[in-house]
Design a protein around this ligand. Structure first.
Ligand code: GSH
Length: 281
């Protein structure tokens, strides 16, 4: 699998890169960013996957996430994929909707037309991109963690719940925890997966936990001034599911914070420290 370098910039002694490759999953070119911290030649480093929210590309967190200082301090590689396929012929014009189509892939493999051909973000993020990253960067694949924001928090939680042996830890900022029960999720899962709600359950963190999926622990932050909190995010549903399933959840309500990267960047280093502790050794 080949990729080409779009940009490389030295930062905190390491390298922030942006790369593009032809994806066989999405049948489009895909762009992603990777920060590699300073390290001794020949060493393999733990990797943290960051999944972004609605309307985002790799660039939002890369430019506004303020993760590099902590990644350099804790020796973490940080990978940020795009949130959907893009390009000529890809359906889902964002002029029609910001919450479905381009920039809103929801980390599922679509089964419905006309989306099934390109919208394969589940397989892209869990299979294709990890292989490409392992081939091209000094990652230790036995030490991986995943985190995300909003729609990307949904992606991080569902991916971690379905791959408990692959990721040592999972966390989220303001995640959509029960897409089957909120407007963003009902629109996206219905549009990509169809009306048969049974197929939605493996893309719904709360439903996965109800159906028996387990994680050793979870860290979730949200802001109490988040404009999406009560209608779309509903952290209390995750809290209830985790309590029932006895999954230790650290759920922090951050006073005055909204849904933006001002919130995410404030708590980014904290999450990365938490992951780094679990990625040791
Ligand atoms: N304000 C956005 C709503 C979507 C939104 O808040 N997106 C979040 C993720 S769910 C985000 O990170 N946006 C991009 C950014 O802040 O850079 C819009 O109406 O387009």
């Amino acid at each position: 699998m080949s990729m080409h370098t779009v940009s490389l910039n030295k930062a905190y002694g390491g390298t922030q890169g942006v790369y593009r490759h032809a994806s066989h999953e999405t049948r489009t070119d895909m762009t992603f960013s990777v920060y590699v911290p300073p390290h001794a030649a020949g060493t393999r480093l733990p990797v943290v996957w960051y999944l972004s929210g609605l309307t985002c590309t790799h660039a939002n967190v890369t430019e506004k996430g303020e993760f590099r200082s902590a990644c350099a301090e804790f020796s973490l590689i940080f990978v940020a994929p795009d949130t959907s396929p893009r390009g000529e012929g890809v359906p889902g014009d964002p002029a029609n909707a910001y919450d479905f189509g381009l920039g809103a892939g929801f980390y599922v493999d679509a089964t419905q037309e006309p989306f099934a051909r390109n919208y394969r973000m589940w397989s892209y993020v869990t299979e294709e991109l990890p292989k490409l990253v392992a081939e091209n960067f000094p990652v230790d694949a036995s030490r991986q963690s995943i985190l995300g924001h909003s729609m990307g928090g949904h992606g991080a939680l569902t991916i971690a719940l379905r791959h408990p042996d692959r990721y040592r830890s999972a966390s989220a900022f303001a995640p959509i925890v029960a897409p089957s029960q909120v407007p963003w999720g009902i629109k996206a899962l219905g549009g990509y997966l169809g009306d048969a709600r049974q197929a939605w359950r493996k893309h719904d963190a709360v439903a996965l936990i109800e159906d028996g999926a387990r994680l050793s622990e979870l860290l979730v932050d949200y802001g109490d001034a988040d404009q999406f909190l009560t209608e779309q995010l509903r952290p209390e549903l995750l809290q209830g599911a985790c309590e029932k399933a006895k999954i230790p959840l650290t759920l922090r309500r951050q006073s005055g914070y909204d849904h933006s990267y001002y919130f995410i960047s404030t708590f980014m280093a904290d999450h990365l420290r938490w992951h780094a502790e679990r990625l040791k050794g």
